[in-house]
Design a protein around this ligand. Sequence first.
Ligand SMILES: [Zn+2]
Length: 315
Amino acid sequence: MRKLFRAAAAALTVLAVLAGSGCSQSDAGENVPAEGGGIRVVATTTMLGDLASVLGGEYISVETLMGEGVDPHTYQASAGDLRRLRSADMILVNGLGLEGRMSDVFEGLAGEKTVVAAGDAIEEDSLRFSGDVPDPHIWFSVPLWREAAEYVSAELAELDPENADGYAELLEDYLAELDELDGYIRERAASLDPERRVLVTAHDAFGYFGGEYGFEVRGIQGMNTSAEAGTAEISALADMIAERGVRAVFVETSVPQKSAEALIAAVRSRGGTLEIGGSLYSDSLGDGEDAAYISAFRTNIDTIVSALSGEGAAE
Ligand SMILES: [Zn+2]
């Protein structure tokens, strides 16, 4: 009797372990285009999910943990995320501290899984730092994102050498598209008067963008959204904006709008006329066409140029 009970208990334990370890694939997440692809990639952000899908094509399936509009700085892995991560062949992360609350999870998985950090593609000389802390927002510079693409593609080919030629072809096509996007952003940015190229955004995500495309960049919040902007910072920023006649502040789809509203009030109290210039994709891509990096970043530069030049209607 007792033995039987033990056996039953053991069987239950095995079932629980199986369910917990993600051996059943039926409980995977929302984004599961699992058909065809042999290699299972689990990506953290929407930018990385898009990158993997484009570079892996039919050879892989991709799941993205963070949905549209989700802030990666504060994101914590759910139990379902952990299952997905454990069942992945490749875990694709940004690194450089972006997924700050998941770093323990990735470290724990690094021994048993292929964890690829896009940030590792970037030479230290090309990174921006705030003190010792690297700026993780590398996708804002198309040339840097190009390096990330080459790196991720090489990692896919290493994991799945049989399809190496296929990955190389997909990469070549995508690099051409990225070069076209880069040219488009440069051309649009150059259409703005140099003194209008001041980009004030909800958080300090646009540093690489500013460096690459010639914008002076100011974030209301810092590089990491976990720390809120203080009144002293808002006040100093409002002084600069009023003095220089900056027309627009941009909100971001992954950051709440309230600090931008506080800034607008502060600028107006100084006699300035700041408005919300529109919403930019920063740490998350959008939906529809803008679920793709290339389309989202075209939308971004169009929104920026239209608001800062004063030619377009602000949102
Ligand atoms: Zn950010």
